[in-house]
Design a protein around this ligand. Sequence first.
Ligand code: PBG
Length: 331
Amino acid sequence: MTGSYPITRLRRTRAHGWSRALHRENLVTPADLIWPLFVTSGKGVEEPIPTLPGVSRWSVDGIVARAKEAVDLGIPVVALFPNTPRELRSDDGAEAHNPDNLMCQAIKAIKDACGNDIGVLTDVALDPYTSHGQDGLVDDSGYVVNDTTVAMLVDQAVNQANAGADVIAPSDMMDGRIHAIRMALEMHGHHNVQIMSYAAKYASAFYGPFRDAVGSGGLLKGDKKGYQMDPANADEAMREVALDIAEGADSVMVKPGLAYLDIIYRVKQRFDVPVFAYQVSGEYAMIEAAQAAGIGDRDALLMEKLIAFKRAGCSGVLTYHAPHAARLLNG
Ligand code: PBG
C-alpha cells in the first residue's frame, strides 16, 4: 500500500546512492549473460563483421581463446554459429550432419580446453548450411517443408550433442521439433543435454547483421514469414511456448529482445519456466550506432537494456555485448 503525500515521499529512498542500492529490485551479473560467437574456417583468423562493429568471426583457435575469456569474466555459456564455406552449402544443408563440420570442431575444442567450466550452446537450424539461406528444406513452390526438415534438425542436434554440446538451441521454428529432438537425445544417451528452444521467434527486421555474419544474408531469397512469427501476435507466442514446454524444452527464448518485452513478461507470468531473451544483432548494432553518432552512451544504454530484461523476468540474455557488459560489471 502507498500512503499519501507528505507522509509518503517516494523520493526519500532515492536521495542517496547507498539507499538506491539498498532498494534496488533487480540485478544483472555476468552469470546472466550468454555470449554468441561466430566460427569461421582456417587458423589464426579474425574477420571483423562490418555491420556488427566490434564483433568478429574467429577460427576455432580464436573461439577457444574467447571461451577462456568468458570463463575468466564469469560468463557461464557461449553460443556458437558457423560461417560455413560457400562451397559446402547445398540445397539440403547436408554439411549440418558432418561430424567434423566447423560447429563440431569448435564444440570439441572448447570442451577439450575448458571442460565444464563453461557451457556450450549450439544453434540448430539449416540456414548456415543451405545454398538458399532458409532454415529448412525448400520444395518446388519455395515453401519450407516442416516434417522432412525436422528429421534433418534431429540429426543435426544429435551430431552436435555427440561433439559435446551442452545446450541444444533450435532456432528454426518448425512444428514438433522439440519433441523429436528430445526423444533422439534420450535415445542416444544424452540425458543431460538441455534444450533451450527459440519458442517465440519473430520474423524480424533486426536480424540483418547476423545474416551477414553467418553469410546467409546474400543468399536468402524472400523472407522467413512462413515459419517465424508475425510481430503482431502475442497470444500465439503463448501457444508456441506451451507446446515447446510440453515437448521437452528445459528453457525457452523470446527473440528479438527489447521490442518483445511484453512477450517475455507474459511468458514468465504464465509458465514457471526459465525465460531467456536474445538481444539480436540489429539491437546490438543500434547501440553501437548510437554511440558512434553521439546520440547516447554505449555503456549506459547497454546496462539499461540488460536490467530491462531482468525486470521483465528473464533468467539471462544472449548478447554480443556480453564480454563488454561483464567487464563493466566486474569493475
Ligand atoms: C537463424 C538464426 C537467426 C538468428 C539466430 N539464428 C537469423 C534468422 O532467423 O534469419 C538471429 C540472431 C541475430 O540477429 O543476432 N536460424
